[in-house]
Ligand binder design. Structure first.
Ligand SMILES: [Zn+2]
Length: 328
């Protein structure tokens, strides 16, 4: 990467001196563009379309943890071997936070709110990325949440306890709301230390609390907006939804937390440790992956390496993740 940039600088400098060294078709680089290399962050924004719907992946950054959490039933030696073979660290797995901004009938709709500060210091980049789009939190009309885990709702609340998205209607699956918000759930099924579970549960309640008065509850399966259907995907949580964005012949399937990382939950059949009902989650995963593979649907994985777009291929033994080409 650095080598390429240096070459670009040299070409620019040379072109500046002689005005004649650019390859055919290459535009001269503006001085401002070379200045951009001083920035300390990469793009967290990716534009594409689903038919008539403008879609933008707006990253909230990363979270992460021990790989054994995300591949809960993997034999340890086998997991380590797979991580090594795929050039991933064996002590920590990084998950992305790919929120999706849609423009539907003049409304700005965000799918998932991201983690904010609730799951570590690498989250909470959503607002700077919205700003880079010329938007603020005030510009968001609707936020649809797949399930209320903190990495999906953490940005909803400001540090002082008010609504981060002052104008937005927030939609949450009803069984999730009943389980995580209206009761004191037993989170002992989660393969993490007790203090993590306590923070996890408290962060859910705190994040959604400013919206509790007028929260809109839905049941997975409902079409919540024109062109945005929710798909039953229960198991990871009691009411988790996947999403299907559709316009004309175009479709995009969002898999929420059916899979955390394609290497361990698609290419390998391992189950996410935090799945509350592991058999139901496995059945949801298979049903939705089979459909995506058969219909060749474009898929967005909320936690997959940015931007998280690709396809699920059916193989003789299971599935394989095929990332989509980057579009400029
Ligand atoms: Zn998640």
């Amino acid at each position: 990467m650095l080598r390429i940039n240096r070459r670009r600088i040299m070409l620019t400098a040379a072109a500046g001196a002689s005005g004649a060294l650019l390859l055919p078709g290459a535009a001269p680089l503006a001085r401002a563009e070379t200045g951009a290399m001083q920035r300390d962050w990469n793009s967290g924004i990716y534009h594409f379309r689903v038919g008539d719907i403008a879609a933008t992946i707006v990253s909230d950054g990363n979270i992460g943890g021990p790989p054994t959490v995300y591949a809960g039933d993997a034999p340890e030696a086998e997991l380590e071997e797979v991580l090594r073979r795929t050039f991933l660290p064996t002590d920590r797995m990084t998950l992305n936070l790919n929120t999706l901004l849609l423009e539907i009938d003049g409304r700005r709709v965000l799918l998932e709110a991201g983690a904010g500060p609730t799951m570590g210091p690498e989250g909470g980049r959503l607002f700077r990325h919205l700003e880079a789009l010329g938007l603020t939190a005030e510009d968001i009309d609707v936020i649809v949440i797949s399930h209320t885990h903190p990495d999906h709702v953490g940005n909803l609340r400001t540090p002082d306890g008010s609504r981060a998205f002052a104008r937005a209607t927030v939609m949450v699956p009803q069984p999730d709301w009943a389980f995580f918000v209206e009761s004191e759930p037993d989170l002992s099924y989660m393969p993490v230390p007790q203090d993590f579970r306590d923070r996890f549960g408290a962060n859910i309640k705190a994040s959604v609390e400013p919206y509790a008065q007028d929260i809109e509850l839905y049941l997975a399966g409902a079409e919540v907006l024109p062109g945005l259907s929710t798909v039953p995907a229960e198991g990871h949580t009691p009411g988790m939804a996947a999403f299907l964005v559709h316009s004309g012949d175009d479709q995009l399937l969002l898999t929420a937390d059916l899979a955390y990382h394609p290497v361990v939950n698609i290419n390998e059949p391992w189950r996410p440790g935090p799945d509350r009902d592991k058999e139901t989650a496995a059945a949801s995963r298979q049903r939705i992956f089979d459909r995506a593979a058969a219909e060749r649907t474009l898929v967005l994985g909320f936690h997959f390496p940015f931007p998280g777009l690709g396809h699920i291929l059916r193989t003789d033994t299971g599935y394989a993740w095929v990332p989509a080409n980057w579009q400029f």
